[in-house]
Design a protein around this ligand. Structure first.
Ligand code: BTN
Length: 262
């Protein structure tokens, strides 16, 4: 008999540990964007650890103002709202740590560890299977950041339009199901603050990086070519040009292009 693989609130809860506070999870069959809704809820005072999971997004958003393809039953569209007590320097690491937490969740369910493209795209067989968008929510009066929303989109069974077919792929769901993956994400991403504090994820991030030792071009600087020599403790990309010029890229609004990839 075919295993049921419809994402549902009950299905997700079945895979969560007893101790997990299920009242933190909101499930939507269709939503505009789990990140947009999580930011709205943050402004209304929703607590640390609030999780939104959707089966479809009508206005899924990616980094650099791009859209994120989120068709019905095609994947898991997930956001967690965190109110971490971290310095601004460590806040930057939330997005780096999130890639490891999500890759660990994918591995736990599919037994395949994705490769990480700096900053936080996950790839399998040369195709992007997951994107992560972390957004700060600032206090309207003080302007100080008071929350961060970490949004994760994982392609599981998406049928891509022609323009995405070359660059986007699905994780392998053979023997795996979306509800258990959503539960893994909930548990692991709820632990992000702790991960950042202990810096325990950095080694795994480097081990599974698909950019270290490869040449990249900075999207914002066409024609520039650098060798990636490493990833620093603040998540920064360490680069060296053929002429010996060294520079570091912080996890800001800059993207890199690897030969043959997005
Ligand atoms: C990227 O690849 O540029 C990041 C994509 C992030 C997509 C996820 S899906 C859940 C959450 N809601 C959104 O609108 N975006 C994120």
């Amino acid at each position: 008999m075919m295993k049921e693989d419809n994402l549902s609130f009950d299905g997700i809860c079945e895979h969560l540990p007893q101790s997990f506070d299920k009242s933190k999870i909101r499930f939507f069959h269709v939503i505009n964007s789990t990140n947009t809704e999580a930011k709205r809820m943050a402004a209304e005072g929703a607590p640390d650890g609030t999780i939104l999971i959707a089966n479809c997004q009508t206005a899924g958003r990616g980094r650099l103002g791009r859209s994120f393809y989120s068709p019905e039953d095609g994947g898991i569209y997930f956001s967690i709202l965190l109110r971490p007590k971290l310095t601004m320097k460590d806040m930057v690491l939330v997005t780096v740590a999130a890639s490891v937490a999500v890759a660990d969740a994918i591995f736990a369910v599919t037994k395949v560890y994705p490769q990480i493209k700096w900053v936080n795209d996950l790839y399998l067989d040369g195709k992007k299977v997951c994107g992560i968008l972390a957004e700060l929510v600032s206090n309207p009066d003080s302007g100080e950041p008071e929350a961060v929303v970490v949004g994760v989109g994982i392609n599981c069974k998406a049928v891509f339009p022609e323009e995405l077919q070359e660059i986007a792929g699905n994780i392998s769901m053979e023997g795996a199901d979306k509800n258990s993956l959503a539960a893994e994400l909930s548990v692991r991403l709820s632990n992000l603050e702790e991960m950042v504090k202990t810096k325990s994820f950095l080694q795994k991030y480097r081990e599974n990086s698909m950019v270290i030792g490869r040449y990249v071009t900075l999207l914002q600087e066409p024609g520039s070519t650098y060798l990636v020599t490493g990833i620093g403790d603040c998540g920064e990309l360490k680069l060296e040009s053929d002429g010996g010029e060294k520079r570091s890229l912080t996890t800001g609004e800059i993207s890199i292009r690897l030969a043959g990839l997005d």
